[in-house]
Design a protein around this ligand. Structure first.
Ligand code: NOJ
Length: 757
């Protein structure tokens, strides 16, 4: 056996001469190598490649004596495992890799995956914040930094980006998404994939990306995580799938399917999604990994009788790798031997996985990513910190700024910084924080202290208590509502200071997986504190920290200035101070609508008109139109909204036919007294179609920087495809007729015109 192993290893090494992944791809070398390797594999070894384990112990030490770990170690050593997740550090991944490569018959390397969602150790703003930058380069740079750190620690593959279109603020994972819009999500999907993967998977500083969750996980009923999804084919094709198509077109290496059922079929068992649409329709060449244990959950869904049935349904439907349900390893061999599952189906899945391993260069050197030296210099480097600060400041959204209260003068004589969130060095790190060191973020308080002049007095009061020992149990937070013990100090400070900076929002563990909430207002007694502070000082700047749109109409209405900062990452405090004191003129825009009330959810700007839209004369006393009788239909803060310290005006709209498509342009002018950057947005409505179309759809945006008084033409060209929509069968369809366009700074832009096409 040993001799055979040596011969096989020599065989692989000689087959792996070109070291550049792209060269191998272009010359068609990888497919040939995959075929040769496949020909040597037993059925058991093939099924091993489809099997992914969680790393339940630190590989730097001995295998624990418990049965589970012992069995896993044995299976890794005998080639019955293709990938692992949560194996960490350069040293740990090296040891785990050794176990596979040096012991198994063919020495096939493992692929190591990890949830690097918004950074590895140096934390970026959470994904929804990055989307709020509406900035391709910022999003790309962010995932490039995350990839560099992860790759240096032996990680080959991130389970990101999450590109589930998310339009329900109750859903805790809205924080991991690019928000409510399919177009913006598609742009971000591409940027994130490019950032993680670079030009070459074989590059030592890049990792394979994984677009997730395929599909429709973000549209769970009631915003409750893992809940049923029941949507029309039109919604599937027009809303859910475009970001995944964009990721696939951008060359994403892998996709993760989802926990939810979609119209009665769990995603793992959906041949429509995984085979027809993804692999056959889009020509996706990578592999699909299941979500954690989700192949097994098909039994719980009531879709599969038992493990064998679940394995059969998943492999037939196109789920290639089984993450931790340990069902493929148990059931697939028998299914193939009994000729219920064809060998070709297994071969296809194995080939897809081996191809990515070749592209990552793992057959050239299985340890190439596990470099302790690189880990030391790369992880947490100064450049990475500078990079995340830049991404963070681009992610902040100025929601309101009455009487130009912001930016503040750096030499203001006194500032009261109030709120537990303001002093937290942990909350800005967000949920899904990978290897971030607890309490390592720059807090808002520190950021302000770093920015102000030597003569400024900065004093802090906690005010309310939000972050307690019970971070996962939000309902307990309301117990803290009655605790006003911090109010007195806060009110006194506010009274004695020139200006108040009050941090309000959520603990970072209020959003994330399994963190859905039925109530999306502020927890604890934050609003009450704000009311008290405003009584003694009108100059209150609210700095929001949150992972979801909040229902806080009164906060917005009553506070002169509100800055949305999400969970802004390791450099949060410094980035926020950059904006508060005007070193950076804010340019972010909301990727999600902020509601008046949770009862409006799911709330999104691209709704349909209905047969009974707002009647002329809102107050006409009419009742029988589509509305709520107690709150407006609209958002408090609409999708696309975001202010700057300067002002912008749009004029001179021009719409003309261009080939099969249309060209729309407008003149954008900086009418304020500061240089600034605006995200000019283009919205469209297809007036009449065989499937009703939304009243507005984002069709393009451009980030434009203008000096005081400067004007620039923003120009959008839409092709026939851009003007089309997907039919219920998934065909892209253009229907001639009237189209209306709007250009402006948000989804309620008023500069508009029509064209007949
Ligand atoms: C479950 C989550 O849904 C998924 O997004 C994540 O990547 C896996 N767990 C692995 O941690």
């Amino acid at each position: 056996m040993r001799l055979l192993q040596v011969i096989l290893l020599i065989f692989f090494v000689t087959m792996c001469t070109p070291r550049d992944g792209n060269v191998q791809k272009e010359q068609g070398v990888i497919p040939a190598k995959v075929d040769s390797l496949l020909a040597l594999m037993t059925l058991e070894e093939k099924i091993g490649q489809l099997n992914m384990y969680n790393g339940t112990w630190e590989f730097t030490g001995p295998v624990p004596q418990d049965g589970n770990s012992q069995e896993k170690a044995k299976n890794i050593a005998s080639g019955r495992v293709g990938g692992m997740l949560n194996v960490l550090t350069a040293k740990g991944t090296r040891e785990a890799q050794k176990l596979a490569v040096e012991n198994s018959r063919l020495g096939i390397p493992l692929i190591f995956g990890y949830d690097v969602i918004h950074g590895y150790q140096t934390m970026l703003p959470v994904p929804i914040a990055q989307a709020a930058s509406w900035d391709y380069e910022a999003a790309r740079l962010g995932s490039e930094i995350a990839a560099r750190e992860a790759a240096a620690s032996g990680i080959h593959w991130t389970f990101a980006p999450m590109i589930d279109v998310s339009r329900d603020a109750r859903w805790g994972r809205i924080m991991e998404s690019a928000g409510e819009d399919p177009y913006l999500s598609s742009v971000m999907a591409k940027a994130w994939v490019e950032g993680y993967q670079g030009d070459e998977l074989s590059d030592l500083f890049t990792i394979a990306a994984c677009a997730k969750h395929f599909a429709a996980y973000g549209l769970a009923k009631g915003g409750r995580d893992y809940n049923t999804v029941d949507i029309s084919p039109a919604t599937l094709y027009n809303v859910v799938l475009p970001p995944f198509k964009a990721a696939s077109d951008a060359g994403v290496a892998t996709l993760m399917n989802s926990f939810n059922e979609l119209n009665g079929v769990p995603a793992n068992g959906s041949a429509l999604l995984q085979r027809e649409i993804l692999k056959e329709g889009w020509g996706f060449k990578g592999f699909v990994v299941s979500d954690w244990g989700s192949i097994g959950e098909m039994i719980t869904h009531g879709f599969a009788y038992d493990s064998t049935d679940a394995a059969l349904k998943a492999i037939v439907a196109g789920s290639d790798m089984d993450m931790e349900s340990r069902i493929y390893e148990k059931a697939l061999e028998d299914l193939v031997n009994q000729r219920i599952v064809s060998g070709a189906l297994i071969d296809d899945a194995v080939k897809r996985i081996l191809t990515i391993k070749y592209e990552l260069g793992l057959f050239d050197d299985p340890y190439r990513y596990s470099s302790e030296e690189r880990e030391k210099t790369e992880v947490g480097s100064k450049e990475n910190l500078e990079g995340v600060r830049e991404v963070a400041r681009r992610s902040l959204v100025l929601l309101k700024n009455e009487n130009d209260l912001l930016p503040l003068e750096k030499n203001v004589s006194s500032i009261a910084v109030i709120g537990q969130l303001a002093s937290s060095k942990d909350v800005p790190l967000g949920n899904w924080r990978a290897q971030a060191v607890a309490n390592s973020a720059i807090s808002l308080l520190e950021g302000i202290q770093n920015a102000v002049s030597a003569s400024t007095t900065v004093r802090f009061a906690q005010g309310y208590t939000l972050v307690s020992g019970q971070r996962d149990f939000v309902h307990k937070l309301n117990v803290l509502k009655g605790d006003r013990s911090g109010f007195k100090k806060a009110i006194n400070l506010a009274r004695q200071s020139d200006v108040v900076v009050l941090a309000l929002g959520e603990d970072c563990y209020q959003t994330g997986e399994g963190r859905s909430q039925a109530d999306i207002s502020l927890k604890s007694n934050q609003e009450e504190l704000l009311t008290e502070l405003l009584k003694v000082n009108k100059k209150v700047v609210v700095v929001l920290m949150n992972g979801r749109p909040l229902a806080i109409p009164e906060v917005i209405q009553n506070t002169p200035s509100v800055l949305e900062t999400w969970f802004a990452g390791s450099e949060a405090g410094n980035a926020i101070a950059d904006v508060l004191f005007g070193d950076y003129n804010p340019s972010g825009k909301l990727p999600v609508s902020f509601p008046y009330h949770v009862g409006q959810e799911p709330l999104h700007y691209d709704r349909k008109n209905t047969g009974r839209p707002v009647p002329n004369g809102f107050d006409s006393g009419l009742v029988f139109w589509s509305h709520y009788t107690d709150i407006p239909n609209e958002a408090v803060l609409p999708f696309g909204h975001g202010l700057s310290y300067t002002s912008f005006e749009y004029s001179d709209l021009k719409i003309s036919k261009k080939g099969d498509g249309v060209e729309v342009s407008a003149l954008l002018t900086n009418t304020g007294n500061r240089k600034g950057t605006e995200v000019a947005q283009l919205y469209m409505r297809d007036m009449v179609a065989s499937l009703t179309r939304p009243i507005r759809q984002l069709k393009g945006f451009q980030k434009v920087s203008l000096d005081v008084g400067q004007s620039e033409n923003v120009n959008f060209v839409l092709t026939k495809e851009d003007l089309s929509f997907y039919s219920t069968k998934g065909d892209l369809t253009f229907e001639p007729g009237a189209f209306q366009f709007w250009v402006g700074g948000s989804s309620v832009a008023s500069l508009t015109g029509k064209v007949d096409l």
